[in-house]
Structures are given as C-alpha cells and as structure tokens.
Design a protein around this ligand. Sequence first.
Ligand SMILES: Cc1cc2nc3c(=O)[nH]c(=O)nc-3n(C[C@H](O)[C@H](O)[C@H](O)COP(=O)(O)OP(=O)(O)OC[C@H]3O[C@@H](n4cnc5c(N)ncnc54)[C@H](O)[C@@H]3O)c2cc1C
Length: 426
Amino acid sequence: MTAFYETVYLGGGISCLAAARAARGDSILLERAERVGGLCKSDQVDGFTFDRTGHLLHLRNPRTQKLVRRLLAGNLGQIERSAWIYSQSVYTRYPFQSHFYGLPTDVVAECLSGLIRARQKPKKKAKNFADWVLAQFGPGVARHFMFPYNRKLWTVSPRTLTTEWLGRFVPRPDLDQVLRGALSDQRDDVGYNAKFSYPLRGGIESLVRALAAGVKKIECGVEVSGIDLKARKLTLSSGDRLGFGRLVSCAPLPALMRMIRPLPERLREATRRLRWTSVYNLNLGLRNVESTRHWVYVPEDRFACYRFGYASNFSPAMAPKGQANLYVEVAHRRGGRPLDRPGIQARVIDDLLAMGVLRSRKDVICRQEFDLPYAYAIYDRHRREAVARLQRFLRSRDIFSIGRYGSWEYSAMEDALLQGLDTAAG
Ligand SMILES: Cc1cc2nc3c(=O)[nH]c(=O)nc-3n(C[C@H](O)[C@H](O)[C@H](O)COP(=O)(O)OP(=O)(O)OC[C@H]3O[C@@H](n4cnc5c(N)ncnc54)[C@H](O)[C@@H]3O)c2cc1C
C-alpha cells in the first residue's frame, strides 16, 4: 500500500523548514541532498566554515526577528555594514550613487552632474531598468556602476530587465546624501542592509539546524522525480510512490513544473519563458589578509566576479585565528553547457591578485568551489505573467510553490521564512 501524508514538503530549503516546523497534521519533508538547508548550508573545511556564498540576515519583520532570535538564542551577532565598491582601482563606499568620494575627479564630476540633472527632470514611468537608472541617477552612475554591475549579475542587458525587482534592493539617496558622499568619505546607513545579523558560530547553517530540530519527520537523500496530479502521488528516486493531500515545494519553479505529468501545453510554454542566472562560488581560506570590509561589489568587466566578501569579518569563528575566509561570486548563464571550473577559478585568483585582495598565490591555504545552478530569476517582460499563470494552476491543485525559487523572485532568507510561516498558517 502507498504511504500517504496530509502534507508533503518537497525540499529542505528554509522556506519549507519554516512551514514544516509549524505544520499541523501528518506531514513529511523530503530532501534530495544528504542534509537539509538548500543554499543556507555551511561546510567545515580545514578549520574554515564556508557558506554557499555570503548569507547575511536582514530582518525587518517582527515575526522573523522573533523567530530567528529564539532559534539562535546566544548565537546571533548584530553587525554594522562595511560594504564597498572596487572600481577605477579604488574602493568607494556602498551604495555607489551616494559615495563618489575617492573616484577620479572626472568620474566624480560626470556622476554628480548627471545625477543632479536627472533629479531636475520630470519623471515618466520607466519602460525598463536601464531607463529607470538613467532617470534616477543620470548617465554617469549608469556608466560607472549600474549598467556594468547589473549586466554582470543578471547576465542580460539592463534594457531586458523590468523594474519590478528594485524595491529595497536599489537605494535612492536624497541629494544632500549624494553631495556629502561626493565631498567626503562619509559612512551612512542608506539601504535595507545597513545593519545585519549573522550567527556567531557555525555559519548560516546553524539557523537551518535550529529550524530542522523542530520538524517532525525529515527524510534526506530522497529526490521527488514525478508528480501525478490525478492520483495525487509523488514518484521518488527509489521508485516508491507517496500519496499527498497538500504539497508544499521550495524546488525551483521550472524544475517543479517539469515533474508534473502530464502538463498542459500552455503551462509548458509558460515554464519555457522562465530564465535565470547561475552563480559559481569560490570559497578561499587565506593568510596575510588584513581587510575589515564585509563585502565588495566589482562592476568592471575586466574582473570576472561581481562581488566578493570576507565571511570571517561577519564572524571571526568562520576562520582559524589570524586567517581569513573569503567568498567570490561569478554569475553565468550557460544553458546546460558545462562550466569551465579550472578556467574560472584561475581567473578569479588572478583577479584577486590584481585587485590586491590577495598578495600571493601562496597565501591560499584551502579552497572550496561549487555552482549554484539557480541563483537569480531574471526579471524580463515575460516573468510576471508566466509565474502568475503557473502559480494559479498549482494553487488550484493544492500545490504551494514557495521560497525564492518556488516563487521565482529576487528575495532573501527573511522572505523565505515568512512564506513558510504563512503557508503553514493558511
Ligand atoms: C548568490 C546568493 C547570495 C545570497 N545571499 C543572501 C543573503 O546575504 N541574505 C539573504 O537573506 N538571502 C540571500 N540569498 C537568498 C537565499 O539563499 C534564499 O532566499 C534562500 O536560501 C531560499 O531558500 P528556499 O527555501 O527558497 O530554498 P533553497 O535554499 O533553494 O532550497 C531548495 C531545496 O529543495 C531541494 N530540492 C530541490 N528539488 C528537489 C527534489 N526534486 N526532491 C527533493 N528535494 C529537492 C534542494 O536540494 C534544496 O535543499 C542569496 C542567494 C544567492 C543565490
């Protein structure tokens, strides 16, 4: 006889973990990897704790603040951001648009005069992200940061992107802040991530472990490969079948849709419209590093990465005493073609040497690399309608596709936790 659960959680990302720990009734969480956590896992390598790229907690909602404080009681640090941009061979403070100080004079003048002129013009509804940037910040900021950085991160032209994702992610400082930041090296707290929280010990996975401890039933090493909607049964990698009443999934939306058989053609078509970038991440254990920075954006095309960060500056426990833990992120979109890992790793190391982040290759003590196949859902003109159509279909079948990739959105851990809590309550 096939086993049956009222609710099956497909995937052990933090959204499904948050939902499952608050679940009522008979439920099970299935995770294909050897342990739960998804992108919020941390690995121990030669005394370093490596996250799967930097994972900082930006908690604005009282519910998540309360939950995370309770889960990480005694293990949560509060940190003031030290975020920078490396461009024109100098470091300037983040966000770029309110910190021109330190850039070559011509660049400061170009950015400042463009921004002031842009602020004086009446605003029309922007057709795309590129138009929005030009209207908000002018051509200097567009040329020296917004266009090259976002082209690198999203792997598409800024004209291809809509403005739906901007929300809290692109701060709009007032003119006073811009002028102060052009005339002096001013620290300010513009933007959603001016302060953040991070576990004192154990990396971001300590949050996952605390969440998972409250979940009744978890099975790891089990991949869901098919969803039979008529019979309301899942096919598992073992060949077993499992009946479900309600399905809550944090698997990436295109992968979830591919599991559903048969799938009407109009939904196949909507699924084909979803596009995304992947991120190659290189974690390095280093000696001879003295920076106190948290993370650095790298807009220029001459460098492969779009960002790097010092995890050991979030928490000293992330590295052995006197050593540093650095992560480097490179976005790519390869359409299934294999990634040239040795080539990209060599280029990243060369770039770190060129930027002076690394003094010598001999300072690399250990390394860990991995690829995040789904990293950023691309906000092009098709995304919104395609996602709405797929979600309507899934909801009508009692399937809840949640989390950053289930919702197919640009969002943070806090949003994933909230979606989990809301799904459990609903
Ligand atoms: C480069 C990068 C940097 C980020 N930095 C931050 C940050 O600083 N702060 C922040 O708040 N957020 C950050 N995020 C976002 C954060 O990673 C996500 O919000 C969060 O991890 C989403 O969790 P989730 O529950 O949606 O699922 P995921 O973490 O995507 O987990 C999905 C799980 O489902 C499992 N699964 C998939 N398919 C199946 C299947 N068929 N059967 C069984 N199991 C399956 C997977 O193995 C995985 O464990 C970052 C994301 C990226 C890409």
